[in-house]
Design a protein around this ligand. Structure first.
Ligand code: SF4
Length: 302
């Protein structure tokens, strides 16, 4: 029988839960349409549930959307988007996570104090676009770089750098840069803006992946933090990354005795429960197949 273990920390984070609560509350009490600027969370199944249950739908741009509710998602947006929403007479419900707001504030502050700003993160990610947007808006002549690691910062040969991190970056990136600064006696500014929820999920996934035969990581394929969990787990053990229970294949579980499960910060509990249920079903089916094989085998020996 397969033993299923769930990571000590996994699934919805504070920011995502808040954003969903705000969106559903406004949709339930308002006669105006409710739209989210981009998908509220990086999970297609949850987006679909919000659409079916509450009529909440994502929009790609603000052009043409007037007189409705607009949810700003947990990742935040650049200041220009707030202006466009105001011009369009939209009722703005700002669900930017407070940890993301902190990064935006640090970025602005460093630019104001004349530092060259480095944002460690994914240039194309909405959160990073928002962080850079706020810094540029407040200090238009600030030099800003988006980089993926320490090496890229060194390449730029900065004179007075200040470094912040996209909230979902791996904590090891912060540690590596911090150590480099200490070892070389540099006067670089560095702020650990990696979110605690992300860090707890990463630690718990890393810990569990060392103790099981197979890890199943549940979350949207467009979710950066889920991808990172899968990367972390795959360093220790065979790892399967699924969006939902339908993607689980029985053959993955053949000969497996311990399965670990973790999920990204944008994965709802009902999807995790579905996955657990499906693994239990697969386990039962495998047990039955093996039992029949054993019976046939013993008959054959007579
Ligand atoms: S991962 Fe952290 S920063 Fe991002 S929304 Fe969740 S709580 Fe906020």
């Amino acid at each position: 029988m397969i033993e299923i273990q769930i990571a000590r920390h996994s699934g919805f984070c504070f920011g995502v839960r808040e954003a969903i609560n705000k969106a559903t509350a406004v949709a339930a009490s308002s006669s105006m349409p409710t739209r989210t600027y981009g998908p509220l969370i990086h999970n297609p199944q949850e987006i679909d549930r919000l659409k079916q249950g509450y009529g909440i739908e994502p929009i790609r741009d603000l052009e043409g959307y007037k007189k409705g509710n607009l949810i700003i998602r947990a990742h935040g947006v650049p200041p220009e988007d707030y202006k466009t929403a105001q011009v369009n007479d939209l009722n703005i419900i700002d669900a930017t996570c407070r940890f993301v707001k902190d990064v935006q504030d640090y970025a602005v502050e460093f630019c104001r104090r004349g530092y060259e700003l480095f944002v460690v993160g994914d240039e194309m990610h909405a959160e990073v676009i928002g962080i850079v947007g706020h810094a540029r808006h407040e200090v238009p002549d600030c030099t800003i770089h988006v980089v993926s690691d320490l090496e890229q910062i060194i390449e730029k040969m900065p004179l007075r750098p200040a470094i912040v991190f996209q909230t979902t970056q791996e904590f090891t990136k912060f540690k590596k840069i911090e150590q480099y600064i200490k070892l070389n006696g540099l006067k670089w500014k560095i702020k650990n803006t990696i979110c605690g929820a992300t860090r707890s999920n990463q630690y718990a996934a890393d810990e569990l992946a060392r103790m099981v035969d197979l890890m199943v990581v549940v979350g949207g394929r467009n979710s950066g933090n889920t991808k990172r969990l899968a990367e972390i787990c795959s360093r220790h053990v065979c790892t399967r990354y699924v969006e939902n229970s339908e993607e689980l294949l029985p053959e993955w579980f053949n000969g497996i005795s311990k399965v670990g499960i973790t999920a990204g910060a944008s994965t709802p509990q009902w999807l995790i429960d579905d996955v657990i249920e499906r693994i239990e079903e697969i386990d039962k089916a495998l047990e039955e197949t093996n039992r029949v094989r054993r019976v046939k085998g013993s008959r054959g020996r007579v």
